[in-house]
Design a protein around this ligand. Structure first.
Ligand code: EPZ
Length: 422
């Protein structure tokens, strides 16, 4: 198992470019199952979760070709419309194939995900939504079995709670359902919007993605298309925090600044200089500069456009060294504070009360051996390591490889002393 060795204390300087979005690429790959024609996706990040999704598509019968960031999927025949436990247990987003498989083939068998490091994460809302489109769904032996032998029918669906992949799953089913589907209380994340853009290129009729009401007029079939995935706003946010925590001068380029507005606003309030900037080739980005100790600023995670839960751990790392006390409230997942004990081992002063972490800023962090428990927790420990005095050794780096493309190489190019060791 790989580890990172990090020597903290170097202000990051230069430019760092953002890769394609993992969480937009995953539903886009699942959407390829909706047509027998080839779909070419560009800017797919070569991270582990994507490799897992590609494996899953192949398992169902699709052909998947990968060449330098482009992935072409041809789902001519889907002889095995299933997502087995071995795959689902390593990646919960596998449930994204449920909607497309049942819409395309009239049946699907998808393993139910178990609990995970950040919370229970059930898929009951995906299931209830597909049932409203007429799918007959049974759950047994740890699997969700869906059938719609006569096809799906459009319906009015109101989500009880906002769910990102639940909205995406339903959207992918609705595009091939007969008649109109209206999705209310839909997730407004940019990844949902990107999926709708791809589906429309494939011949779907989707309106309103990016708002909480999405209307879909079902079509009989979809065709091939080509689409470039949006940049990864969570990777971008992680690098913005890296620039600030090391008191560096970093240009994070090649992404859509509007997608990280909740974060950049907080960073400005905390005392970071955040400016809109294009890189040499005109690609949009933000330049962060921080030269003095930051002020503590509270955050509460919310659905988009609120503060992203996927940036909570990284933001907390930033607050561990701010002046004053900050309250970090997590409202999306019930157990997403696993990084706090590890940050405490590096000298952070954090107390957990229910869904709130109370962070009292300290003057310095010190390097330690720490263990990552999930993807974003690992990112927060890398950030803490970049500023801690002495050496930090981060174990279980495979978590970070699920969602960040060569993070250690990108950080090293802007001055970080970070090395991967086996
Ligand atoms: C997506 O997960 C992301 N994953 C997550 O990113 C992200 O943290 C999350 O949205 C919230 O923004 C992908 O896009 C692949 P939800 P998802 O359904 O869709 C509850 C990362 O680090 N819920 O919006 O699974 C659920 O338990 C990852 O990249 C139900 O109760 O999240 C949670 O409390 C981790 N029943 C809340 O809703 C359901 O059927 C929101 O979860 C579905 C969800």
């Amino acid at each position: 198992m790989d580890k990172f060795r990090i020597h903290g204390g170097v202000p990051l300087e230069g430019e760092i470019a953002v890769s394609g979005s993992k969480n937009a690429a995953l539903p886009a790959l699942a959407a390829c199952l909706l047509t027998s024609e080839p779909v070419k996706l560009r800017r797919i990040p070569p991270v582990r979760d994507i490799a897992t999704m590609e494996k899953l598509l192949r398992y169902t019968g699709a052909e998947v070709g990968v060449s330098r960031g482009d992935v072409t999927v041809r789902a001519a025949e889907l002889g095995r419309p299933e997502a087995p436990y071995e795959v689902v247990k390593t990646m919960r987003a596998s449930s994204l194939v449920l909607g497309p498989l049942v819409a395309r083939t009239g049946r699907a068998r998808v393993s139910m995900p178990g609990g995970c490091a950040i919370g229970a994460r059930p898929i009951n809302l995906h299931v209830a939504a597909l049932e409203q489109l007429g799918a007959e769904i049974h759950q047994e032996h740890g699997y969700v079995e869906a059938r719609a032998p006569r096809g799906l029918r459009g319906a009015q669906v109101q989500f009880d709670r906002i769910t990102v992949t639940g909205t995406e799953d339903l959207l992918m089913a609705a595009v091939l359902a007969e008649g109109e589907t209206v999705i209310r209380n839909a997730a407004r994340e940019p990844e949902v919007q990107d999926l709708a853009a791809l589906l429309n290129k494939m011949g779907a009729r989707v309106e309103g993605a990016g708002t909480s009401i999405i209307r879909v007029e079902g079509v009989a079939r979809l065709h091939g298309a080509e689409h470039a995935i949006i940049p990864d706003r969570i990777e971008a946010g992680t690098f913005l925090i890296a620039g600030a925590i090391t008191r560096g001068d970093l240009l994070v380029s090649n992404f859509i600044p509007e997608h990280v507005e909740a974060l950049s606003l907080k960073m400005r309030q905390a005392g970071v200089d955040v400016a809109e900037a294009g890189s040499g080739d005109g690609k949009a980005g933000l330049r962060v500069r921080a030269s003095r100790r930051l002020r503590a600023m509270d955050i509460t995670t919310e659905e988009y456009p609120g503060f992203a839960t996927d940036l909570q751990a990284q933001y907390m790392a930033l607050m561990t060294m701010a002046e004053g006390i900050s309250f970090v409230t997590e409202t999306i997942f019930e157990n997403r504070f696993m990084h706090t004990q590890e940050l405490a081992r590096m000298g952070a002063n954090i107390r957990i009360e229910g869904r709130q972490a109370i962070v009292a800023g300290v003057a310095e962090l010190t390097g330690a051996e720490v263990i990552a428990s999930d993807l974003r927790a690992s990112a927060s420990l890398v950030l803490a390591g970049l500023v801690a005095r002495g050496e930090t050794v981060l174990d279980r780096v495979y978590h970070i490889d699920r969602g960040y493309e060569k993070i250690e190489e990108k950080l090293a190019r802007v001055g970080a002393r970070i090395k991967r060791v086996s």
